[in-house]
Design a binder for this molecule. Sequence first.
Ligand code: ADP
Ligand code: 5GP
Length: 186
Amino acid sequence: MRDRGKLLVISGPSGAGKSTVISRLMALGERMEFSVSATTRRPRPGEQEGRDYYFVSREAFEGMVRQGELLEHAEFVGNCYGTPRAPVLEQLRQGVTVILDIEVQGARQVKALMPEAISVFLSPPDLSALEKRLRGRGTESEEKIQGRLETARREMELAGTYDYIVINDDPDRAARELLEILNKQK
Ligand code: ADP
Ligand code: 5GP
C-alpha cells in the first residue's frame, strides 16, 4: 500500500466552487490528477471533451454501466454522471493523487469500496452565497438553477458524513486547506 496514491473525493453543492478550488489545488502540488467523469449533460461553453468530462449519450452511458466500466455512478438533476474505473486505479497504482469531483451518492459508493479515500465536503459560506455563485456562473437555465438549489439543501445536510468540511470563502485559501489535509494523510 505504501506507494499507492491518495484518493481525494470532493463533494459539495453545485456552485460551491469545486471546479475552481480543484484547479487551484492542482496548481499547488505535484503528482495530482483530476478524474475526468462521463456525463450525459451537454457541454457548457468552454468545456472540453476529455478535459472537463467525457460527454456521452444516455445509451453509451448505460453501456458503460453494464460493462462495469464505472467505479461509481449517479443521477443528478436529470443527468447521469460516473467515474471511469480503470484510469483511477492505474493512477493510484502509480502513486499519483487522484481527485474526484462527485456528488453525494457517488461519494458514498466510493467510500464503501475504498474506505482509505479522503472525503471532503466543500461548502459555500451559506446558501445565499451559493445562489449568487450559481447565477453568476450563468451556465444554467432558471429551472435548472432551482433544481440545483433544491438538491443543495439536501446535500448540505450530509456534510457531516464526510471526513472533512472545507468552507470555500476564498478559493486560494480553500485550496491550501485541501493541500494541508492531503499532506497530513499518510
Ligand atoms: P462547482 O464546480 O462547485 O459547481 P464552480 O467552480 O463552477 O462551482 O464555481 C461556481 C461559480 O462561483 C463560478 O463562477 C466561480 O468563479 C465562483 N466562485 C468559486 N469560488 C468562489 C469564492 N470563494 N467566492 C466567490 N465566487 C466563487
Ligand atoms: P455539473 O453538471 O455542475 O458539472 O456537476 C453536477 C454534479 O455532478 C456535481 O455535484 C458534481 O460533483 C457531480 N459529478 C460530476 N462527475 C461525477 C461523477 O463521475 N459521479 C458522480 N456521482 N457525480 C459527479
